[in-house]
Design a protein around this ligand. Sequence first.
Ligand code: F6P
Length: 365
Amino acid sequence: MIRKIGISTGGGDCPGLNAVIRAIVRAAKLHYRWDVIGIEDGFDGLIYARNLKLLELRDISGILHRGGTILGTTNRGNPFKHTVEENGQEVIKDLTPQILENIKVLGLDAIITIGGDGTLTIARDLHKLGVNIVGVPKTIDNDLSATDLTFGFTTAVDTATEALDKLHTTAESHHRVMVVEVMGRDAGWIAIESGIAGGADVILIPEIPFDLDKVAQKIKRRQITGSRFSIVVVAEGAIPEGGKKSIVAEANEEYQNVRLGGIGYFVGHELEKRTGIDTRVVVLGHLQRGGSPNAFDRILATRFGAMAADLVAAGKFGHMVCIKGRKIESVTIDKAIGLMNRVDPNGQMVYCAEQMGIEFGRPYA
Ligand code: F6P
């Protein structure tokens, strides 16, 4: 029997998180008559039982279209390996006993957590400890293979496409090469989709290591045939042939992902050197994570939130919601995590882009 649930958002934010929160609260209160507690800043809010708030309908009014998350989030702070200060020294501790205790004290019958691979892994492990937990997958990179799509992704593609449209006009006026770095750590979905939508000439993705000479040749060919500008889209995780990802900061115990950055500047510098064409670099960065979700993402987020409430009602703990084709379904979190959805270098999307003359910089065979 469910009476009270908690909601938290973890990992990097993305457009549509508030729409999921709103959908869960509405389904919980209007359909199931449950109380809902908002947990702030991912699992930190449960570890320290701080800033917990009973969410009423008025608290989620007007948030459907708002970017970010009203609950706050963090992509640090794994409760199993939490950094705490003891006698002036930083030590790593397992703080899950505190979470279990707080769940009891607060009377939470279930928790719905919205997050990416890192957050879902923690959710899976908490479920193993007996926590009634349900997951909602989230990442603008769209790199989880258990779901055909994640909310926030198509909004990020819209943002990148709009930027490409704007950069096209200035690149054309100045006869320049414009390199645009977009997000995508391991999967080039934002790069390939915005690149096709924005009419890019070159798309560089993590799945296809690229040869810069091949890219430079493409740009020079365009120059000779009268197209005196070029648009190059590069995913942050793209890798030059025989090289490595551009890493700004290494991962550590608390922050599980390396921080990427710099590939756009590297590519821009090298292309200017090899083509002699004036080149500029734009890094879209967190612009892609902010702002209002588009209609598609609002609907997907709402359907995910409603289904998450249904999973709680059905006692399907340790599951997360997903979309398969046009249907919202569920899958065990254990099956879902760690399985990446990457662009197939020989798949339809790349083939279509190549038919349009887009260069991926595939090394010569
Ligand atoms: O995983 C989503 C993502 O947006 C990646 O594309 C990017 O590398 C990362 O998050 C950036 O996260 P942070 O918020 O730590 O800068």
